[in-house]
Ligand binder design. Structure first.
Ligand code: ATP
Ligand code: MG
Length: 427
Protein backbone atom coordinates (compact mmCIF):
# COMPACT_ATOMS: atom_id res chain seq x y z
CA UNK A 1 0.00 0.00 0.00
CA UNK A 2 1.28 3.38 -1.06
CA UNK A 3 1.57 5.72 1.90
CA UNK A 4 2.06 8.69 -0.41
CA UNK A 5 -1.21 7.96 -2.22
CA UNK A 6 -2.92 7.65 1.16
CA UNK A 7 -1.55 11.04 2.11
CA UNK A 8 -2.75 12.51 -1.17
CA UNK A 9 -6.32 11.53 -0.37
CA UNK A 10 -6.31 13.48 2.91
CA UNK A 11 -7.96 16.86 2.23
CA UNK A 12 -5.55 19.77 2.39
CA UNK A 13 -7.47 21.32 5.31
CA UNK A 14 -6.99 18.17 7.41
CA UNK A 15 -3.30 18.03 6.42
CA UNK A 16 -2.93 21.59 7.58
CA UNK A 17 -4.58 20.84 10.93
CA UNK A 18 -2.14 17.95 11.42
CA UNK A 19 0.84 20.06 10.32
CA UNK A 20 -0.03 22.97 12.58
CA UNK A 21 -0.29 20.69 15.61
CA UNK A 22 2.88 18.79 14.69
CA UNK A 23 4.93 21.90 14.03
CA UNK A 24 3.85 23.21 17.45
CA UNK A 25 5.49 20.15 18.95
CA UNK A 26 2.43 17.92 19.35
CA UNK A 27 2.36 14.40 17.96
CA UNK A 28 -0.79 14.08 15.86
CA UNK A 29 -2.29 11.15 14.00
CA UNK A 30 -5.32 10.31 11.92
CA UNK A 31 -7.06 7.34 13.55
CA UNK A 32 -10.04 5.02 13.28
CA UNK A 33 -12.40 4.75 10.32
CA UNK A 34 -10.68 7.38 8.18
CA UNK A 35 -7.36 5.48 8.18
CA UNK A 36 -9.21 2.28 7.31
CA UNK A 37 -10.97 4.09 4.46
CA UNK A 38 -7.75 5.70 3.18
CA UNK A 39 -5.99 2.32 3.06
CA UNK A 40 -8.93 0.81 1.23
CA UNK A 41 -8.89 3.65 -1.30
CA UNK A 42 -12.24 5.01 -0.11
CA UNK A 43 -13.25 8.57 0.59
CA UNK A 44 -13.44 8.97 4.39
CA UNK A 45 -16.76 10.38 5.65
CA UNK A 46 -15.12 12.13 8.59
CA UNK A 47 -11.68 12.61 10.08
CA UNK A 48 -10.74 11.68 13.63
CA UNK A 49 -7.40 12.79 15.00
CA UNK A 50 -5.55 12.01 18.20
CA UNK A 51 -2.93 14.39 19.50
CA UNK A 52 -0.61 14.86 22.43
CA UNK A 53 -1.95 18.43 22.75
CA UNK A 54 -4.40 19.14 25.57
CA UNK A 55 -7.76 20.52 24.34
CA UNK A 56 -6.79 24.03 25.49
CA UNK A 57 -3.54 23.78 23.52
CA UNK A 58 -5.48 22.74 20.41
CA UNK A 59 -7.90 25.63 20.99
CA UNK A 60 -5.06 28.12 21.11
CA UNK A 61 -3.82 27.03 17.67
CA UNK A 62 -7.05 27.45 15.65
CA UNK A 63 -9.67 30.17 15.23
CA UNK A 64 -12.69 27.93 15.28
CA UNK A 65 -12.79 25.11 17.83
CA UNK A 66 -16.03 23.68 19.16
CA UNK A 67 -16.45 21.85 22.43
CA UNK A 68 -17.95 18.50 21.47
CA UNK A 69 -16.70 16.62 24.53
CA UNK A 70 -13.85 18.60 25.99
CA UNK A 71 -14.27 16.83 29.32
CA UNK A 72 -13.21 13.65 27.54
CA UNK A 73 -10.53 15.45 25.59
CA UNK A 74 -12.42 15.94 22.32
CA UNK A 75 -12.86 19.18 20.38
CA UNK A 76 -13.94 19.85 16.81
CA UNK A 77 -11.50 21.93 14.80
CA UNK A 78 -12.92 23.82 11.84
CA UNK A 79 -10.18 24.90 9.49
CA UNK A 80 -10.05 25.85 5.81
CA UNK A 81 -13.59 24.63 5.22
CA UNK A 82 -13.18 21.23 6.83
CA UNK A 83 -13.89 19.84 10.30
CA UNK A 84 -11.93 17.23 12.20
CA UNK A 85 -12.55 15.76 15.61
CA UNK A 86 -9.37 16.12 17.65
CA UNK A 87 -8.96 14.02 20.80
CA UNK A 88 -6.15 14.20 23.29
CA UNK A 89 -4.33 10.89 23.68
CA UNK A 90 -4.86 9.58 27.12
CA UNK A 91 -1.49 9.47 28.80
CA UNK A 92 -0.76 7.21 31.70
CA UNK A 93 1.08 8.86 34.59
CA UNK A 94 4.14 6.71 33.93
CA UNK A 95 4.59 8.45 30.67
CA UNK A 96 4.27 11.97 32.00
CA UNK A 97 7.99 11.92 32.78
CA UNK A 98 9.40 14.79 30.74
CA UNK A 99 12.90 13.35 30.84
CA UNK A 100 11.95 10.52 28.55
CA UNK A 101 12.67 11.11 24.87
CA UNK A 102 9.58 12.36 23.04
CA UNK A 103 9.40 9.47 20.61
CA UNK A 104 9.24 6.90 23.40
CA UNK A 105 6.88 9.06 25.39
CA UNK A 106 4.44 9.48 22.54
CA UNK A 107 4.81 6.09 20.96
CA UNK A 108 3.89 4.58 24.27
CA UNK A 109 0.85 6.79 24.62
CA UNK A 110 -0.17 6.22 20.99
CA UNK A 111 0.07 2.48 21.49
CA UNK A 112 -2.03 2.80 24.65
CA UNK A 113 -4.60 4.74 22.71
CA UNK A 114 -4.65 2.12 19.97
CA UNK A 115 -4.89 -0.78 22.40
CA UNK A 116 -8.04 0.69 23.91
CA UNK A 117 -9.79 0.56 20.53
CA UNK A 118 -12.32 -2.12 19.62
CA UNK A 119 -11.03 -3.90 16.51
CA UNK A 120 -7.60 -4.20 14.94
CA UNK A 121 -8.77 -2.59 11.68
CA UNK A 122 -9.86 0.43 13.77
CA UNK A 123 -6.56 0.61 15.62
CA UNK A 124 -4.37 2.06 12.87
CA UNK A 125 -2.83 5.53 13.02
CA UNK A 126 -1.37 7.66 10.22
CA UNK A 127 0.62 10.83 10.82
CA UNK A 128 0.56 11.98 7.21
CA UNK A 129 3.72 10.07 6.33
CA UNK A 130 3.96 6.93 8.43
CA UNK A 131 1.45 4.26 9.37
CA UNK A 132 1.43 2.94 12.96
CA UNK A 133 0.07 -0.54 13.46
CA UNK A 134 0.41 -2.06 16.93
CA UNK A 135 -2.22 -4.78 16.54
CA UNK A 136 -1.71 -6.20 13.01
CA UNK A 137 -4.67 -4.19 11.82
CA UNK A 138 -3.21 -3.87 8.35
CA UNK A 139 -3.01 -7.66 8.01
CA UNK A 140 -6.65 -7.96 9.12
CA UNK A 141 -7.71 -5.23 6.73
CA UNK A 142 -6.15 -7.22 3.89
CA UNK A 143 -7.69 -10.44 5.23
CA UNK A 144 -11.05 -8.60 5.47
CA UNK A 145 -11.38 -9.71 9.06
CA UNK A 146 -12.95 -8.11 12.12
CA UNK A 147 -10.83 -9.09 15.11
CA UNK A 148 -10.92 -7.68 18.62
CA UNK A 149 -7.90 -5.87 19.96
CA UNK A 150 -6.82 -8.18 22.78
CA UNK A 151 -9.03 -10.76 24.44
CA UNK A 152 -12.52 -10.70 22.85
CA UNK A 153 -14.34 -11.85 26.01
CA UNK A 154 -12.80 -9.01 27.98
CA UNK A 155 -13.36 -6.40 25.29
CA UNK A 156 -17.04 -7.26 24.83
CA UNK A 157 -17.59 -7.46 28.58
CA UNK A 158 -16.15 -3.91 28.87
CA UNK A 159 -18.59 -2.52 26.31
CA UNK A 160 -21.54 -4.46 24.89
CA UNK A 161 -21.98 -1.99 22.05
CA UNK A 162 -18.92 -3.59 20.48
CA UNK A 163 -21.07 -6.66 19.72
CA UNK A 164 -23.25 -4.57 17.43
CA UNK A 165 -20.25 -2.68 16.06
CA UNK A 166 -18.56 -5.94 15.05
CA UNK A 167 -21.63 -7.03 13.15
CA UNK A 168 -22.30 -3.59 11.67
CA UNK A 169 -18.69 -3.31 10.45
CA UNK A 170 -18.83 -6.82 8.96
CA UNK A 171 -21.98 -5.80 7.08
CA UNK A 172 -20.76 -2.36 6.00
CA UNK A 173 -17.34 -3.55 4.87
CA UNK A 174 -18.43 -7.02 3.76
CA UNK A 175 -15.78 -8.53 6.08
CA UNK A 176 -15.94 -11.73 8.07
CA UNK A 177 -15.60 -11.93 11.83
CA UNK A 178 -12.56 -13.82 13.13
CA UNK A 179 -13.62 -17.12 14.71
CA UNK A 180 -12.43 -16.34 18.24
CA UNK A 181 -14.12 -12.94 18.14
CA UNK A 182 -17.28 -14.54 16.74
CA UNK A 183 -17.35 -17.23 19.47
CA UNK A 184 -17.25 -14.43 22.00
CA UNK A 185 -20.06 -12.55 20.24
CA UNK A 186 -22.23 -15.67 20.49
CA UNK A 187 -21.26 -16.53 24.07
CA UNK A 188 -21.70 -12.99 25.34
CA UNK A 189 -24.74 -12.03 23.24
CA UNK A 190 -26.74 -11.32 26.41
CA UNK A 191 -24.53 -8.32 27.17
CA UNK A 192 -26.49 -6.50 24.46
CA UNK A 193 -29.32 -6.10 26.98
CA UNK A 194 -27.13 -3.65 28.93
CA UNK A 195 -26.66 -1.35 25.95
CA UNK A 196 -28.96 1.65 25.55
CA UNK A 197 -31.82 1.30 23.06
CA UNK A 198 -30.69 4.44 21.20
CA UNK A 199 -27.24 3.05 20.52
CA UNK A 200 -28.64 -0.29 19.41
CA UNK A 201 -31.09 1.49 17.13
CA UNK A 202 -28.33 3.61 15.57
CA UNK A 203 -26.28 0.51 14.74
CA UNK A 204 -29.41 -1.21 13.44
CA UNK A 205 -30.09 1.76 11.15
CA UNK A 206 -26.57 1.58 9.79
CA UNK A 207 -26.93 -2.15 9.14
CA UNK A 208 -30.22 -1.60 7.33
CA UNK A 209 -28.79 1.17 5.14
CA UNK A 210 -25.59 -0.56 4.04
CA UNK A 211 -25.07 -2.25 0.66
CA UNK A 212 -25.83 -5.74 1.97
CA UNK A 213 -27.96 -5.53 5.12
CA UNK A 214 -28.67 -9.25 4.82
CA UNK A 215 -25.07 -9.96 5.92
CA UNK A 216 -25.59 -8.01 9.16
CA UNK A 217 -29.10 -9.35 9.74
CA UNK A 218 -27.90 -12.94 9.30
CA UNK A 219 -25.10 -12.32 11.82
CA UNK A 220 -27.52 -10.68 14.26
CA UNK A 221 -29.86 -13.67 14.11
CA UNK A 222 -27.09 -16.30 14.10
CA UNK A 223 -25.53 -14.74 17.21
CA UNK A 224 -28.86 -14.62 19.04
CA UNK A 225 -28.58 -10.83 19.38
CA UNK A 226 -31.60 -10.18 17.17
CA UNK A 227 -33.81 -12.32 19.41
CA UNK A 228 -32.56 -10.40 22.44
CA UNK A 229 -33.23 -7.00 20.90
CA UNK A 230 -36.64 -7.93 19.61
CA UNK A 231 -38.50 -9.47 22.47
CA UNK A 232 -42.15 -9.72 21.48
CA UNK A 233 -44.50 -12.60 22.29
CA UNK A 234 -45.23 -13.18 18.57
CA UNK A 235 -41.61 -14.24 18.01
CA UNK A 236 -41.04 -16.23 21.17
CA UNK A 237 -41.06 -19.63 19.49
CA UNK A 238 -39.88 -18.58 16.07
CA UNK A 239 -36.47 -19.63 14.72
CA UNK A 240 -34.95 -16.63 13.06
CA UNK A 241 -31.72 -18.33 12.09
CA UNK A 242 -33.16 -19.73 8.87
CA UNK A 243 -34.70 -16.46 7.62
CA UNK A 244 -33.34 -15.33 4.25
CA UNK A 245 -32.93 -11.55 4.54
CA UNK A 246 -31.86 -11.09 0.91
CA UNK A 247 -35.01 -9.17 -0.02
CA UNK A 248 -33.89 -6.24 2.18
CA UNK A 249 -30.74 -5.86 0.02
CA UNK A 250 -32.91 -5.35 -3.05
CA UNK A 251 -34.70 -2.35 -1.56
CA UNK A 252 -33.67 1.23 -2.15
CA UNK A 253 -31.61 2.73 0.67
CA UNK A 254 -34.64 4.32 2.30
CA UNK A 255 -34.94 3.69 6.03
CA UNK A 256 -38.73 3.24 6.05
CA UNK A 257 -38.73 0.80 3.13
CA UNK A 258 -35.88 -1.31 4.44
CA UNK A 259 -37.22 -1.40 7.98
CA UNK A 260 -40.69 -2.37 6.75
CA UNK A 261 -39.34 -5.19 4.57
CA UNK A 262 -37.12 -6.38 7.41
CA UNK A 263 -40.25 -6.58 9.61
CA UNK A 264 -42.17 -8.46 6.90
CA UNK A 265 -39.41 -11.08 6.93
CA UNK A 266 -39.02 -11.04 10.68
CA UNK A 267 -42.67 -11.60 11.53
CA UNK A 268 -43.63 -13.51 8.40
CA UNK A 269 -46.69 -13.01 6.23
CA UNK A 270 -49.06 -15.14 8.30
CA UNK A 271 -48.45 -12.93 11.29
CA UNK A 272 -48.69 -9.67 9.30
CA UNK A 273 -51.99 -10.77 7.74
CA UNK A 274 -53.51 -11.86 11.01
CA UNK A 275 -56.44 -9.93 12.45
CA UNK A 276 -55.52 -6.88 14.54
CA UNK A 277 -51.77 -7.26 13.98
CA UNK A 278 -51.08 -3.88 12.45
CA UNK A 279 -54.06 -1.89 13.64
CA UNK A 280 -57.06 -1.84 15.86
CA UNK A 281 -55.39 -3.64 18.70
CA UNK A 282 -52.14 -4.02 20.49
CA UNK A 283 -50.10 -3.19 17.40
CA UNK A 284 -46.94 -5.10 18.31
CA UNK A 285 -44.95 -3.45 15.54
CA UNK A 286 -45.60 0.10 16.72
CA UNK A 287 -44.74 -1.00 20.27
CA UNK A 288 -41.58 -2.75 19.17
CA UNK A 289 -40.26 0.14 17.06
CA UNK A 290 -41.08 2.67 19.75
CA UNK A 291 -39.30 0.54 22.33
CA UNK A 292 -36.30 0.43 20.02
CA UNK A 293 -36.39 4.26 20.08
CA UNK A 294 -37.19 4.70 16.39
CA UNK A 295 -38.62 8.21 15.91
CA UNK A 296 -42.29 8.72 15.09
CA UNK A 297 -41.45 9.93 11.57
CA UNK A 298 -40.15 6.41 10.88
CA UNK A 299 -42.58 4.39 13.03
CA UNK A 300 -45.77 5.87 11.56
CA UNK A 301 -45.02 5.24 7.86
CA UNK A 302 -43.65 1.76 8.63
CA UNK A 303 -46.79 0.76 10.54
CA UNK A 304 -48.94 2.31 7.80
CA UNK A 305 -47.15 0.36 5.08
CA UNK A 306 -47.52 -2.92 6.95
CA UNK A 307 -51.20 -2.17 7.57
CA UNK A 308 -51.75 -2.06 3.81
CA UNK A 309 -50.45 -5.58 3.19
CA UNK A 310 -53.84 -7.30 3.75
CA UNK A 311 -55.21 -5.13 0.91
CA UNK A 312 -52.76 -6.56 -1.62
CA UNK A 313 -54.19 -10.07 -2.30
CA UNK A 314 -57.25 -8.67 -4.12
CA UNK A 315 -55.75 -5.44 -5.39
CA UNK A 316 -58.05 -3.23 -7.48
CA UNK A 317 -57.39 0.23 -8.96
CA UNK A 318 -59.29 1.79 -6.07
CA UNK A 319 -56.83 0.10 -3.66
CA UNK A 320 -54.02 2.20 -5.13
CA UNK A 321 -55.98 5.32 -4.14
CA UNK A 322 -56.78 3.88 -0.72
CA UNK A 323 -53.12 3.06 -0.15
CA UNK A 324 -52.09 6.62 -1.04
CA UNK A 325 -54.89 7.90 1.20
CA UNK A 326 -53.72 5.80 4.15
CA UNK A 327 -49.97 6.17 3.90
CA UNK A 328 -49.78 9.66 2.35
CA UNK A 329 -48.37 10.78 -1.00
CA UNK A 330 -44.80 11.13 0.25
CA UNK A 331 -44.55 7.65 1.77
CA UNK A 332 -46.26 6.18 -1.29
CA UNK A 333 -43.79 7.81 -3.66
CA UNK A 334 -40.79 6.55 -1.68
CA UNK A 335 -41.88 2.98 -1.07
CA UNK A 336 -42.72 1.31 -4.35
CA UNK A 337 -40.17 -1.37 -3.51
CA UNK A 338 -42.09 -2.31 -0.38
CA UNK A 339 -45.16 -3.31 -2.39
CA UNK A 340 -43.09 -5.43 -4.80
CA UNK A 341 -41.39 -7.13 -1.84
CA UNK A 342 -44.67 -7.77 -0.02
CA UNK A 343 -46.18 -9.11 -3.26
CA UNK A 344 -43.24 -11.44 -3.80
CA UNK A 345 -43.62 -12.78 -0.24
CA UNK A 346 -47.32 -13.32 -0.87
CA UNK A 347 -46.34 -15.43 -3.88
CA UNK A 348 -47.38 -13.07 -6.69
CA UNK A 349 -45.30 -12.99 -9.86
CA UNK A 350 -43.38 -9.80 -10.60
CA UNK A 351 -45.72 -8.83 -13.50
CA UNK A 352 -48.58 -8.66 -11.00
CA UNK A 353 -46.72 -6.64 -8.39
CA UNK A 354 -45.36 -4.34 -11.14
CA UNK A 355 -49.03 -3.69 -12.04
CA UNK A 356 -49.79 -2.61 -8.44
CA UNK A 357 -46.78 -0.32 -8.38
CA UNK A 358 -47.64 1.23 -11.71
CA UNK A 359 -51.20 1.90 -10.53
CA UNK A 360 -49.89 3.62 -7.38
CA UNK A 361 -47.50 5.65 -9.56
CA UNK A 362 -50.38 6.60 -11.86
CA UNK A 363 -52.50 7.69 -8.88
CA UNK A 364 -49.71 10.02 -7.78
CA UNK A 365 -48.85 11.25 -11.25
CA UNK A 366 -52.46 11.99 -12.23
CA UNK A 367 -53.09 13.60 -8.87
CA UNK A 368 -56.14 11.40 -8.39
CA UNK A 369 -58.37 12.36 -5.46
CA UNK A 370 -57.27 10.41 -2.38
CA UNK A 371 -58.28 12.57 0.58
CA UNK A 372 -61.10 14.74 1.90
CA UNK A 373 -59.19 17.85 0.85
CA UNK A 374 -59.21 16.57 -2.76
CA UNK A 375 -63.02 16.38 -2.86
CA UNK A 376 -64.92 18.73 -5.17
CA UNK A 377 -67.08 19.75 -2.19
CA UNK A 378 -66.12 21.17 1.19
CA UNK A 379 -67.74 21.13 4.60
CA UNK A 380 -68.98 24.68 3.88
CA UNK A 381 -70.78 23.47 0.76
CA UNK A 382 -72.58 20.87 2.87
CA UNK A 383 -73.47 23.40 5.59
CA UNK A 384 -74.91 25.70 2.88
CA UNK A 385 -76.93 22.72 1.76
CA UNK A 386 -78.44 22.50 5.23
CA UNK A 387 -76.11 20.10 7.10
CA UNK A 388 -75.56 20.92 10.75
CA UNK A 389 -71.94 21.84 11.45
CA UNK A 390 -70.11 19.12 13.40
CA UNK A 391 -69.60 15.36 13.24
CA UNK A 392 -72.39 14.82 10.73
CA UNK A 393 -70.54 16.90 8.14
CA UNK A 394 -67.35 14.96 8.80
CA UNK A 395 -69.11 11.60 8.34
CA UNK A 396 -70.81 12.83 5.18
CA UNK A 397 -67.47 13.91 3.69
CA UNK A 398 -65.92 10.55 4.63
CA UNK A 399 -68.79 8.76 2.93
CA UNK A 400 -68.36 10.89 -0.21
CA UNK A 401 -64.62 10.20 -0.16
CA UNK A 402 -65.25 6.43 -0.12
CA UNK A 403 -67.40 6.86 -3.22
CA UNK A 404 -64.73 8.94 -4.95
CA UNK A 405 -61.98 6.46 -4.01
CA UNK A 406 -64.04 3.77 -5.72
CA UNK A 407 -64.74 5.95 -8.74
CA UNK A 408 -62.84 9.23 -9.22
CA UNK A 409 -65.32 10.19 -11.98
CA UNK A 410 -67.78 10.97 -9.19
CA UNK A 411 -65.59 13.82 -7.95
CA UNK A 412 -67.78 16.59 -9.37
CA UNK A 413 -69.44 19.21 -7.21
CA UNK A 414 -72.93 18.66 -8.66
CA UNK A 415 -72.71 14.87 -8.36
CA UNK A 416 -71.42 14.97 -4.77
CA UNK A 417 -73.97 17.57 -3.66
CA UNK A 418 -76.75 15.45 -5.17
CA UNK A 419 -75.50 12.44 -3.18
CA UNK A 420 -75.22 14.54 -0.04
CA UNK A 421 -78.82 15.73 -0.47
CA UNK A 422 -80.03 12.13 -0.80
CA UNK A 423 -78.07 11.20 2.35
CA UNK A 424 -79.67 14.08 4.25
CA UNK A 425 -83.18 12.99 3.26
CA UNK A 426 -82.44 9.39 4.29
CA UNK A 427 -81.13 10.44 7.73
P1 ATP B 1 -17.45 5.33 11.08
O1 ATP B 1 -17.08 6.77 11.38
O2 ATP B 1 -17.56 4.97 9.67
O3 ATP B 1 -18.59 4.84 11.92
P2 ATP B 1 -15.28 4.67 12.74
O4 ATP B 1 -14.42 3.46 12.84
O5 ATP B 1 -14.59 5.99 12.53
O6 ATP B 1 -16.28 4.39 11.58
P3 ATP B 1 -16.44 5.85 15.06
O7 ATP B 1 -17.68 5.46 15.80
O8 ATP B 1 -16.36 7.19 14.41
O9 ATP B 1 -16.19 4.70 14.01
O10 ATP B 1 -15.26 5.67 16.08
C1 ATP B 1 -13.94 6.10 15.79
C2 ATP B 1 -12.94 5.13 16.35
O11 ATP B 1 -13.08 5.09 17.77
C3 ATP B 1 -13.13 3.69 15.90
O12 ATP B 1 -12.48 3.44 14.68
C4 ATP B 1 -12.49 2.94 17.04
O13 ATP B 1 -11.08 2.98 16.94
C5 ATP B 1 -12.86 3.77 18.25
N1 ATP B 1 -14.12 3.29 18.88
C6 ATP B 1 -15.38 3.71 18.64
N2 ATP B 1 -16.27 3.09 19.42
C7 ATP B 1 -15.56 2.26 20.19
C8 ATP B 1 -15.90 1.35 21.23
N3 ATP B 1 -17.16 1.16 21.60
N4 ATP B 1 -14.88 0.67 21.84
C9 ATP B 1 -13.61 0.87 21.47
N5 ATP B 1 -13.22 1.70 20.51
C10 ATP B 1 -14.18 2.40 19.86
MG1 MG C 1 -15.52 7.98 12.47
Amino acid sequence: MELSSMAMRVPIGVHNIIRRLQSSGFQTFLVGGCVRDLIQGKEPADFDLVTSAEPEETESLFHSVLDVGKRFGTVMVQHEGISAEVTTMRREDDYRDARRPDTVFFHKSLSDDMLRRDFTINALAFDGTKLFDFTSGLRDLHLKTIRCVGDPDRRFAEDGLRLMRAIRLAAELDFSIDSKTWDSVVNLAEIICRVSRERIRKEMERILLCDHPSVGLALLSASGILQLIIQVPELENVTLKSVDWGLVDQMEKVMVTRLAVFLLLLFGMDCILSEGFTHGGKEPIRGLLTKLSFPKRIVTPVVNLLSEVPRLPCFKDSDARRIVNRIGREAASQNFGFFSAAGALLGYPSEVTAGWVSKIQQTLLNDEPVGISDLAVTGHDLIEQGWVQGPAVKSALEYLLEMVLDDPEMNKKSVLLAHARRMMIME
